[in-house]
Design a protein around this ligand. Structure first.
Ligand code: ADP
Ligand code: MG
Length: 414
C-alpha cells in the first residue's frame, strides 16, 4: 500500500500578471505552502487568521518564484532529482509509475512535464534516466526493452500523436479505449514504438510535441483543453537464481488540461471568454470525482476510531464542515471518462503515483490557486496498491525453491 505523493510547484509572476498589478500571495517554507487571501486586509483585525492565511503540507514543495541563483530555487533539475528519481526507482524495481501535472492554464504543467529546449522537464529527463540505467548495467545477462506511446485526449476522443492517421485532421481522433481482463485498460491500435537509445526516444517526444503544437494553431484553446499522456513500457529480463525473470513497468506521464476546465462557473474571466459548454472538460470533472471517491474510500477504510481522519482529508478545518465521508458510496466512476479509464491503475490501483499541482503566485488568481491546493490536498489521501510486475510462475518457482532450501536446512539440522 502506498499513498499518492503530492508535490506543489509555484511559478513566478508572468508579465501579464505584473501588468495587472498582481502581488505575490503564495509562500513556500520547507514542505509547507501558505496562501494569503488578498481581499482580507490586516491579520490583526481578524479574530481568526485562518480567514486570511491558509496552510497546506505536501510531500514536496517547489518555489520557482525565487531568484534563479537563490538557494532553494526550484529548477527543472531539482524537480527531476526528487520526482524523476522516484519514478525511475519504481520502474527499476518493476513497479508501474505515474506522474501527472494538475493546475490552472499557464501555471507550468507543460513547463514541468515536458519543458523546453535548454530547460527540459520531467518526461525527457525520465526517459534519459532509463537509458542511463541500461547503459550502466553491469549485469551482462540482463536485457532491456523500452517502448513508447504518446496520445492526446481532446473532447473525450483519443488521438495518436506518434502515428497520425491519414486524411482529415478530425479523423485522427478515432482510437477506442478497451479493457483487457488481466492487463487493464488500453487504447486499441495506439502505435507502440520500440526505442533503442536515448536520442531515439527524444526524437519521438519531439514528434509528439510537434503534433500537439500543430493542433494548437488551428484549434481554439487546444492546449488548455487537451490532456497528453506519454506512456513508456520498460521491460527488464535477467537471470535471477538461475531462472529467467521478466519485469514490466508501465510509466504514465500526464500533462492535463487546465483545471479551470472542470468548473465553467469558477472564474468569470474564463466563463466570459469561452463558448458555451466548450470549457467543461468531462475527463477533468471525472478525475475530480474519482479523486474524491478514492479519498473518501481511504478515510472509510482507515480505522473508525481515528476520528481525526476527516481533517486529514482536506487538511483545512474550513472545508471539513459539510463533508460526510462515512455516508459516501464506495463507487469510483473510472469509466465515466476516457482519462480516468486509462489511468485507472494509477489512481487507487497498481502504481506508484505522483501528482504535481502547479499554481501561480499571483494575487489575481487567489481562488484558482486555492482550489488547486485543496484538490492536491485531497489527492494525498489516495491509497494505491503497487506490486512488482513479474511473471507469477517465476515468483512461485522462486518461493518454492526457497521453501525447499529451508526444509533441507531443517532436515540437515535434525
Ligand atoms: P501550462 O502548461 O500549465 O498551461 P506552461 O507550462 O505553458 O503552463 O507555462 C506558462 C508560462 O509560464 C510559460 O511561459 C512558462 O515558461 C512559464 N513558467 C511555467 N512554470 C514556470 C516556472 N516554474 N518557472 C518559470 N517560468 C515558468
Ligand atoms: Mg500546457
Amino acid at each position: 500500500m502506498s499513498n499518492v505523493k503530492v508535490a506543489v510547484r509555484v511559478r513566478p509572476l508572468s508579465q501579464k500578471e505584473k501588468d495587472k498589478n498582481a502581488g505575490v500571495i503564495v509562500d513556500v517554507h520547507g514542505d509547507n505552502v501558505a496562501i494569503i487571501n488578498p481581499k482580507v486586509d490586516g491579520i490583526a483585525e481578524f479574530a481568526d487568521s485562518r480567514e486570511k492565511v491558509k496552510h497546506f503540507t505536501f510531500d514536496y514543495c517547489y518555489d520557482s518564484t525565487l531568484d534563479v541563483t537563490a538557494a532553494g530555487y526550484a529548477s527543472q533539475q531539482l524537480v527531476f532529482q526528487d520526482l524523476g528519481t522516484e519514478v525511475l526507482q519504481a520502474a527499476f524495481e518493476g513497479y508501474n509509475a505515474c506522474v501527472f501535472a494538475y493546475g490552472q492554464t499557464s501555471t507550468g504543467k507543460t513547463h514541468t512535464m515536458m519543458g523546453y529546449p535548454g530547460e527540459v522537464g520531467l518526461i525527457p529527463r525520465i526517459c534519459e534516466g532509463l537509458f542511463s540505467h541500461v547503459d550502466d548495467c553491469v549485469d551482462r545477462s540482463a536485457s532491456f526493452r523500452v517502448d513508447i506511446s504518446y496520445l492526446e485526449i481532446y473532447n473525450e476522443r483519443v488521438r495518436d500523436l506518434l502515428c497520425p492517421a491519414d486524411g482529415k485532421q478530425t479523423d485522427k481522433y478515432t482510437l477506442k479505449v478497451r479493457e483487457h481482463p488481466k492487463d487493464g485498460p488500453y487504447v486499441q491500435d495506439l502505435s507502440q514504438h520500440l526505442v533503442k537509445d536515448n536520442s531515439e526516444i527524444q526524437m519521438l517526444l519531439e514528434r509528439g510535441n510537434d503534433a500537439r503544437t500543430t493542433a494548437a494553431t488551428y484549434m481554439h484553446d487546444h492546449s488548455s483543453r487537451s490532456h497528453a499522456i506519454v506512456t513508456v513500457s520498460f521491460t527488464q529480463a535477467k537471470l535471477e537464481d538461475d531462472m529467467p525473470s521478466e519485469k514490466v513497468s508501465k510509466i504514465h506521464m500526464v500533462d492535463l488540461a487546465g483545471s479551470e476546465r472542470a468548473d465553467p462557473n469558477f472564474s468569470p474571466e474564463y466563463k466570459g471568454r469561452l463558448k458555451e459548454g466548450a470549457n467543461i472538460n468531462k475527463s477533468l470533472v471525472t478525475l475530480g470525482n474519482v479523486i474524491k471517491a478514492l479519498a473518501e474510500r481511504s478515510v472509510l477504510s482507515s480505522s473508525s476510531e481515528n476520528l481525526g481522519s476527516e481533517q486529514n482529508l482536506t487538511g483545512e478545518t474550513t472545508l471539513v464542515q459539510g463533508t460526510t465521508p462515512r455516508s459516501s458510496s464506495l463507487y469510483v466512476p473510472y469509466r465515466d471518462s476516457v482519462l480516468t479509464w486509462l489511468l485507472k491503475d494509477s489512481l487507487g490501483g497498481n502504481s506508484k503515483t505522483l501528482m504535481i499541482a502547479t499554481v501561480t503566485s499571483a494575487s489575481v488568481y487567489y481562488r484558482e490557486s486555492l482550489s488547486t491546493l485543496r484538490y492536491a490536498q485531497r489527492a494525498k489521501s489516495i491509497v494505491n496498491q503497487p506490486k512488482i510486475n513479474e511473471d507469477s510462475n517465476v515468483t512461485l518457482i522462486r518461493e518454492l525453491r526457497r521453501e525447499i532450501e529451508q526444509l533441507r536446512g531443517m532436515l540437515m539440522s535434525a
